[in-house]
Ligand binder design. Structure first.
Ligand code: MN
Length: 719
């Protein structure tokens, strides 16, 4: 275990100005906080934060980062609080420790979608300060170094997998190549120990048989650089087992000799020297085609710069070479951390303004925060397969994974069916937004619910998830059925009353088979929906009815559109028509006895009867010869009934449709057709066709409807 003075020595070696007092206080604070806690290895828990701080000294980080490393597990694993840390240290430290704690609380599970979700959460959380991520990576590195002590194989696998898929790529993205390699190799050892063993065995074999080879190659390169007069440091480095394994899997190049798995590095003093050295190498050795890459003029997105080339070098061995300056080398190894520039008195905040690493981070964050287009971000990651999804948060921070195009209603149903059913509004990122708003990655959605709310059929037009759609449709079907049921029941009761027979449930149960209905409710709903007439049900229950004349002549709306013969039996008596002339009632104005009417002679269809104020008449203004002066024959006695149409707005409350039909029935009207034209949350608009004797009869019914509280507006419908 790293001791206090050793840690301080390491820090002082690169940062003589480090706040020794604060580091010492953090050391004591963490030691007290963790007390007698133990690691899986049996070591005192406190050894862990110290090792993490020790790892970070490699990157020459500032005092705040060291202190954060020492305290990083105190909020999560001990009784220490944010406020306490803020008071004993400062707000900055408390914020950093809190940031690491947030990352720690993210639990990755092995299924991939979940990992992606958490990966996002992870990125969002880290956005506050890059130092949080540095501490987290060092924390993960130490946990991986001590992974073998974790007893449960399942836990080890999970940690190794998330290291391989989340942390190692992340370290690479911020340019920390060394940490990436270490993490990857440690994870590889856990995830695929056999593969790793075979690679290591092969390496051992090559080392034994290639004795001196690497040294001879380095020697050859040194002589070359000395002759050219360019000052250079030359290293040979073995690739990691994992990168060799990847190479083997890609079947790129076989490795027969040690040189194949070595990377040779030439570090020179300036960019100029890089290109000069390249010229010298290419002048001395034959190049391997296709291996030259200039990452100096075109750096990698993570800021990596170097010249890469492959040559048949000393002793004609095929080798790979990287040529770079010291600065480039440090950035390649330490990435973001290499930008801690103490010489210029730079703070991390200042460093954040420049350097490609930070640009990458900034761009990433911009995409995450504002992007209409997260594909751009996802493109270069493993998460490509998730780009048709959006990830949103509940106010508690839970992630909800939805398909692209999802709305707050989808979100609500994804959280819970009941929340969906009772959803009345939504706050997106704290602002009230329409329920049809398309959600974006990272949105925080707060669903506002009301017990009185029910799903709206209009939601069906914008929801995209199957769950939301199914719930809305089921609700609408049930609601419709309920309404048709209560309407049908009152229609049936009235039909039975008219015949003088008794209306009984039992009677209805007896004829269910005749109408192929499973229950009395369904039968009533069918009557209410207009699929079965009430009279037909009455006749089925009391077959004797069939031979009885009906009190009222019932002419369904459909029939009134047909033609009737003037003066023929059952026809509507209209004065001014030649007996036998075809007469037609159009569907525009529904003339009723009592209305002032005109007849229009129409080719092939006889005479059409309109009310005098019907809009349709305008088109005949220039053809006076087609107009017929007609009127109702009041002397023709009971001429039967006609169908009038009313437009009604009724409150969407239980029983309102029942009230409506009762009022109409009480006033001697017979509903022949009913059509809901608009359904809002609180009101229905509908058109009702009512059989009435004449216009006065209809006016009476309208007056009675207007008197009812359940009914908002009633008007005679024109057209
Ligand atoms: Mn830790």
């Amino acid at each position: 275990m790293l001791r206090q003075f050793e840690l301080l020595e390491k820090i002082k070696s690169y940062d003589p100005q480090a706040n020794e007092d604060m580091i010492n206080r953090a050391y004591v604070f963490a030691m007290k906080a963790h007390g007698s806690q133990k690691r899986a290895s049996g070591d005192p828990y406190f050894s862990h934060p110290i090792e993490v701080a020790g790892i970070l000294t490699r990157y020459k980080v500032d005092t705040a980062t060291i202190v954060t490393a020492l305290l990083h597990d105190t909020i999560e694993d001990t009784a220490a609080t944010y406020d306490e840390i803020s008071k004993q240290f400062n707000e900055e430290i408390a914020r950093l420790v809190d940031g690491v704690t947030k990352l720690t609380r993210i639990s990755f599970v092995s299924d991939q979608a979940k990992q992606a979700e958490n990966f996002r959460k992870f990125l969002l959380a880290m956005s506050e300060d890059i130092r949080v991520l540095l501490v987290k990576l060092a924390d993960r590195l130490h946990n991986m170094q001590t992974l073998k002590h974790v007893k449960k194989a399942e836990t080890r696998q999970r940690i190794a997998l998330e290291t391989m898929e989340i942390y190692a790529p992340l370290a690479e993205r911020i340019g920390m190549g060394e940490i990436k390699n270490e993490l990857e190799d440690l994870a590889f050892a856990e995830l695929n120990p056999d593969a790793r063993k075979s690679v290591v065995r092969r390496l051992d074999f090559l080392r034994q048989h290639g004795e001196g080879l690497v040294e001879r190659i380095i020697d050859g390169l040194r002589k070359l650089s000395a002759k050219s007069g360019i000052e250079a440091e030359i290293h040979g480095r073995e690739k990691t087992a994992h990168s060799i394994w990847q190479k083997m899997q890609r079947n790129d190049v076989g490795f027969e000799q040690l040189a194949d798995i070595m990377a040779f590095r030439i570090i020179v003093g300036s960019i100029d020297d890089c290109y000069r050295m390249l010229g010298v190498i290419h002048g001395a050795y034959r190049t391997v085609p296709g291996r030259f890459k200039d990452y100096i003029s075109t750096p990698k997105p993570n800021g990596y710069r170097s010249l890469h080339t492959g040559v048949f070098g000393p002793e004609n061995h095929r080798i790979e070479l990287q040529i770079r300056t010291q600065e480039m080398h440090e950035i390649a190894e330490n990435g973001v951390a290499a930008h801690w520039n103490y010489k210029d008195g730079g703070r991390p905040d200042a460093a954040r303004q420049d350097g490609p690493q930070y640009r990458w981070l900034r761009e990433l964050l911009e995409i995450l925060e504002t992007a209409p287009n997260p594909e751009e971000f996802l493109e270069h990651t493993k998460l490509e397969m998730f780009k048709d999804q959006v990830f949103c948060f509940t106010p508690r921070g839970d992630l909800i994974n939805l398909p692209r195009g999802a709305t707050p209603v989808d979100f609500a149903y994804a959280v819970h069916s009941e929340i969906g059913d009772s959803c009345v509004g939504a706050k997106i990122n704290g602002r009230m937004m329409p329920l049809r708003t398309e959600l974006r990655n990272g949105d925080q959605v707060e669903v506002i619910t009301s017990k009185a709310q029910t799903p709206s059929p209009t939601w069906d037009r914008f929801v995209v998830t199957g769950k939301a759609r199914a719930h809305i449709r089921r609700f609408v079907r049930t609601q419709e059925r309920d309404q048709y049921h209560s309407l049908g029941r009152s229609m049936l009761q009235r039909a039975f009353k008219e015949t003088g027979y008794e209306f009984t449930e039992k009677g209805l149960s007896g004829v269910l088979k005749t109408f192929s209905q499973p229950s009395v409710e369904d039968l009533a709903a069918q009557v209410g929906a207009g699929h079965i007439t009430a009279r037909a049900v009455a006749e089925a229950v009391y077959p004797g009815l069939k031979n009885q004349p009906r009190n009222d002549k019932v002419v369904p709306l459909g029939k009134s559109r047909g033609t009737a013969k003037a003066g023929s039996a059952g026809a509507i008596p209209i004065k001014g028509l030649i007996p036998g002339m075809a007469m037609h009632f159009p569907n525009c104005c529904h003339p009723l006895p009592g209305d002032r009417i005109v007849g229009i002679v129409t080719t092939g269809r006889g005479v059409t009867i309109h009310t005098i104020d019907c809009d349709k008449l305008e088109q005949y203004n220039n053809e006076p010869e087609r107009w017929l002066d007609v009127g109702w024959d009041n002397n023709a006695g009971d001429g039967g009934s006609r169908v009038g149409r009313v437009a009604v707005t009724v409150a969407n409350t239980p029983g309102s449709l029942g009230d409506l039909s009762t009022i109409i029935a009480k006033n001697g009207g017979n509903i022949t057709n009913l059509k809901i034209t608009d359904r809002q949350l609180d009101f229905f608009d509908m058109l009702i066709d009512i059989e009435v004797k004449n216009v006065k009869h209809l006016a009476d019914i309208i007056a009675a409807l207007r008197a009812s509280t359940a009914i908002n507006t009633v008007d005679r419908a024109r057209g």
